[in-house]
Design a protein around this ligand. Sequence first.
Ligand SMILES: NC(=O)c1ccc[n+]([C@@H]2O[C@H](COP(=O)([O-])OP(=O)(O)OC[C@H]3O[C@@H](n4cnc5c(N)ncnc54)[C@H](OP(=O)(O)O)[C@@H]3O)[C@@H](O)[C@H]2O)c1
Length: 410
Amino acid sequence: MSMPFSEAVWLCLAVTAGVGGIALCKYKSPGQLGSQVVCLAALWGGICLLRLSLFWILFLFSLSCFLLYMRSPSQELLPVDQKAVLVTGRVHCSCRVCGVCIQHWTGSFGGQCCGWNCGDSGFGHDLAKHLDKLGFTVFAGVLDEKGSGAEELRRSCSKRLSVLQMDVTNPQQIKDAHSKVVEKVQDKGLWAVINNAGILGFPMDGELIPMADYKSCMAVNFFGAVQVTKTFLPLLRKSKGRLVNISSMGGVFPMQQLAAYSSSKAALTMFSSVMRQELSKWGVKVSVIQPGGFRTNIAGTSESWDQKEKAILDHLPPELQEDYGRDYILQQKNFLRGIGTFSTSDITPVIRDVEHAVSAKSPSAFYAPGKLTSLFLNIAFFFPTSFLDYFEKKQNIQRKDMPRALSTPK
Ligand SMILES: NC(=O)c1ccc[n+]([C@@H]2O[C@H](COP(=O)([O-])OP(=O)(O)OC[C@H]3O[C@@H](n4cnc5c(N)ncnc54)[C@H](OP(=O)(O)O)[C@@H]3O)[C@@H](O)[C@H]2O)c1
């Protein structure tokens, strides 16, 4: 009598394996695949914990795999056909280790780099090169069109690529860049805008961050992206193209010392979501990239940290100096050291996700490249605040110190 039940179980098992396998195979990006495996494993564990019979466990799991498959992004890509794309953000060209590789290329090493971990850094640089290689007509907006990164792009990319002087906080430069793009693309139009320009600022407790830093983070990360978007949207609406905004995991997952940066990225994420809804009637698709944990130039150099730290200490009100204490303030840059330790220099997942957002037939609204990025975002979305705060505290292993007023007994 137990036969029909066991047949049903076997059938369910086969369906689970089939649908689960197809759902996972749909992800070509290793980052996405990894997070899907974690999600499915967690789901499986969760369902098992409900102490249901094997039949119901398998049934619910198959159903979840099916739903996951239905909402997972399609990998079908549109033809490149020399479509024009604009990438903002100065494009660096330097060694990830020594930071001076471009000088070696152009000078004393006779075309060779310093030898280790040499590569271009920053999403903007690699993106411009990658999209050019795929056959796109790339417009690379840079802070300094005569700088080494711009030179390297001109040298190594096809004739289709144009370097444009474009400080995203300078409306006139954005307007001039727009005129140049219109002149060059003519009837072919502009297919995509990738708002990549961004600054991190100097990570500190929110009370210590100068107002000027809050304003500059907003100026570049938010208002800059909004201004570029508004300027180029008429072209995107005409082509029914793509708007891709590089936000951050920090725009959703609160992290200590990043009040200025994360607030500006949260604003960018929300702006993108509203634009996604509004622009759908025009046929424009909007995607947000929320990376986390990539080693680029965003953290700056130890010299820039020292300068920033000195400037902050020199202007800090005496009351804050007294309460926080010099030692505590000097510890703040451990955060930047930590970024180097816990991040990876392989930015392929970001490049792949942006490529998908630009050229997939059905791009996702959100991408989360980075080793644990999906996990952090899921914790921020689904877990109670107390767990989120505990998790963040545990992550913050660099911060063992306390402000002076809290560590000295009264
Ligand atoms: N690396 C990560 O793990 C990570 C994580 C989450 C989000 N992101 C975001 O990804 C984007 C790219 O960052 P990245 O990691 O590749 O760092 P990056 O190498 O520092 O790239 C950001 C670029 O934006 C440029 N920029 C700054 N202010 C600008 C302005 N006013 N106008 C035009 N360009 C300007 C910077 O130029 P200068 O260097 O000359 O200032 C820099 O080249 C940023 O929006 C960043 O917030 C990165």
